[in-house]
Design a protein around this ligand. Structure first.
Ligand SMILES: [Zn+2]
Ligand SMILES: [Zn+2]
Ligand SMILES: [Zn+2]
Length: 108
C-alpha cells in the first residue's frame, strides 16, 4: 500500500528541480518516476519498481480533477475512471429499466 505522502509528492516531484529538496518523499518519487522512463524491464518483465511507479500514478490519477495535469498517464487513467463510471451508471440505468419492465409486465 502506498503512503498518502508519496502520492501527494507526485505532482511536486515532477516539477521539482532541486536535488536537495526537503519535501517529504520528493526524491524518492522523483527517482521512481525517472526509473520508469529508463527501465528496460518494465512491468511485463516483472520489474517491481515499475509496478510501484504505475501504482503511484494510478493512485494519483484516481482523485485528480485537473484537466491539464502534468503527471504522466494521469489523463489516461482518468479516461479509464470515466469509462468505469459510465459503465457503472449504465448498469444502474439498466437495472432501473429492468425493474420498470418487470413492474409493467402483465401479471407481475
Ligand atoms: Zn521537491
Ligand atoms: Zn523498472
Ligand atoms: Zn493528475
Amino acid at each position: 500500500m502506498l503512503d498518502r505522502e508519496v502520492i501527494d509528492a507526485v505532482p511536486h516531484a515532477l516539477r521539482c528541480r532541486f536535488a536537495q529538496c526537503q519535501t517529504p518523499k520528493c526524491r524518492e518519487v522523483y527517482a521512481l518516476l525517472r526509473h520508469g522512463t529508463q527501465c528496460q524491464v518494465g512491468v511485463p518483465g516483472g520489474c517491481l519498481l515499475c509496478k510501484k511507479m504505475w501504482l503511484l500514478l494510478f493512485y494519483h490519477a484516481l482523485p485528480c480533477q485537473e484537466d491539464d495535469c502534468s503527471v504522466p498517464r494521469c489523463s489516461y487513467f482518468s479516461e479509464i475512471r470515466e469509462e468505469t463510471k459510465r459503465r457503472v451508471q449504465a448498469e444502474k440505468d439498466g437495472e432501473i429499466h429492468k425493474k420498470a419492465a418487470l413492474r409493467a409486465a402483465p401479471g407481475a
